[in-house]
Design a protein around this ligand. Structure first.
Ligand code: ATP
Ligand code: MG
Length: 446
């Protein structure tokens, strides 16, 4: 059996239903685009796109009794059909049988995406040699690539995304066109750019994807700050320049967007703070600068606020060294500072950063693993990680000091919390009340 036909077996029931409604009325129905490509790669289908030669009015009339049909791009004849599997896209192409789907495929971005399988017989339509390109891991624009990139410059970024997610390599002609078209990416809506970028960053070939983005000029548009580290040497702890070290740190991080963004930005300010002192490059204060630059880049990409904040916390706290010598109190303070839900990402980032040094001298993954185990042990002891876990509260502070509500109450609680993080045995009501009576008045801002 033609392997692309297997995509039909995986088709959700609702899609099958749509196919039957249209084919019984004498029209044709094809599965198109990424899902066919993914079937050839034996990957699980994600979202479903279809094409039909039914005029859009007929399409809506035939599907409406069974589905909620939302006309999204009537100019292009596109509707969304709502199903339990999410919205499925059906595009109507008036034309003579297969001519309709050929017109559709010609509008797609890369040959590997310009594929269609006919329902229900399973015939593969591959007018641009996409299947062969996929086998050879070749990324090639459909038809006249430059004109196609002009129509929608997002395709230039999608090229790097497919390098990162599918391990494809651009052919020389496509590469030339990508280079010419990259500046046009500036005209594209930020949200679309961000979505593609996130997919790129979580791909298994992320180094190759980012390298293609650099060589084509996409990085220049999207994150020029990263290029400042290109060919910028570091010190003897590092085998790579700042740029390559960053790429390898992303690669060594797990494929989760939060930690990968943190890895991408973890040294972003380094080129700007690099100073040569007695012949050695030093990077004083770069953790704070990193977090500030990371924040402005994430804002520029309109990254949702919570995600952006979390990434900045990871960036600001990744420079943790000498933890083997730390007392438990210091580990508890780190847990408090970063917050329990971010700890796994922080440890993964620290390990990835060390793996990306590329030298023996700095290999410190084992110490990260030891810290991981210590954190697990300390968390199992259920330390008082926030003020609500203290054996005293604000009312106790006010009563013990004979004062009313005000900033002093908060200051005392914070100080008491610090004491408890240092020594959990102090978290007893009688002990803390005695401390507050004795020293609470003297607590001032830290
Ligand atoms: P994913 O794995 O993210 O679903 P995909 O390639 O399927 O990747 P979609 O955004 O779902 O991407 O688009 C489905 C199909 O529509 C693509 O495979 C491609 O054929 C076509 N397509 C999507 N975006 C573009 C675009 N900007 N220009 C041209 N064709 C596009
Ligand atoms: Mg898709």
């Amino acid at each position: 059996m033609n392997p692309a036909a297997r995509v039909l077996e995986k088709m959700p029931e609702e899609a099958r239903r749509m196919g039957s409604l249209l084919t019984q009325a004498g029209y044709r129905f094809w599965v198109v685009g990424g899902v066919v490509r993914d079937a050839l790669l034996e990957r699980l289908p994600t979202d479903w796109d279809f094409s039909t030669d039914a005029p859009v009015e007929a399409l809506i009339r035939l599907l409406s009794p069974s589905f909620r049909v939302i006309p999204v791009g009537l100019r292009h004849g596109t509707v969304h059909v709502l199903t339990a599997h999410g919205a499925m896209e059906v595009t109507s192409w008036e034309g003579n049988g297969s001519q309709a789907v050929l017109d559709d495929l010609r509008r797609r971005d890369f040959t590997v995406n310009a594929l269609a399988v006919s329902f229900p017989d399973g015939t593969l339509l591959d007018p641009f040699g996409g299947r062969r390109d996929l086998e050879r891991r070749r990324l090639r624009g459909v038809d006249d690539p430059l004109a196609r990139f002009r129509e929608d410059p997002l395709r230039v970024l999608r090229a790097s995304r497919f390098a990162a997610t599918l391990g494809l390599h651009a052919t020389p002609k496509t590469l030339r066109c990508l280079r010419q078209a990259a500046p046009w990416l500036q005209e594209t809506a930020t949200e679309r750019v961000r979505e593609e970028l996130f997919k790129l960053l979580t791909g298994p070939w992320v180094v190759e994807g980012l390298e293609l983005a650099r060589r084509t000029g996409v990085l220049e548009v999207v994150i020029p700050e990263l290029l400042e580290g290109y060919r910028k040497k570091q010190n003897h702890y590092h085998a790579h320049d700042i740029y390559h070290h960053t790429l390898y740190a992303v690669h060594h991080s797990p494929a989760r967007i939060r930690v990968r963004l943190a890895a991408l930005l973890h040294d972003i300010a380094k080129p700007r703070v690099r100073k040569k002192i007695r012949g050695v490059f030093r990077f004083f204060g770069h953790d704070k600068e990193n977090a500030g630059m990371a924040q402005s880049i994430l804002e520029r990409w309109l990254v949702p606020k919570k995600l952006a904040e979390e990434v900045c916390i990871l960036v600001a706290n990744h420079m943790v060294h000498g933890t083997d010598c730390w007392k438990d109190g210091a580990v508890r303070r780190l847990i408090h500072r970063v917050g329990e839900p971010l700890l796994e990402d922080l440890l993964d980032l620290m390990a990835a950063d060390r793996m990306a040094h590329g030298t023996e001298a700095a290999a410190g993954e084992e110490s990260v693993e030891r810290l991981r185990q210590r954190i697990a042990r300390i968390l199992a002891e259920k330390p008082a990680l926030d003020l609500s876990a203290l054996a005293v509260d604000g009312r106790d502070v006010m009563a013990a000091l004979g004062i009313g509500p005000g900033p002093q109450v908060g200051r005392v609680l914070k100080r008491v919390h610090r004491i408890v993080l240092e020594d959990p045995a102090m978290n007893r009501r009688d002990v803390l009340l005695a401390w507050i009576r004795e020293k609470g008045r003297d607590v001032s801002d830290e």
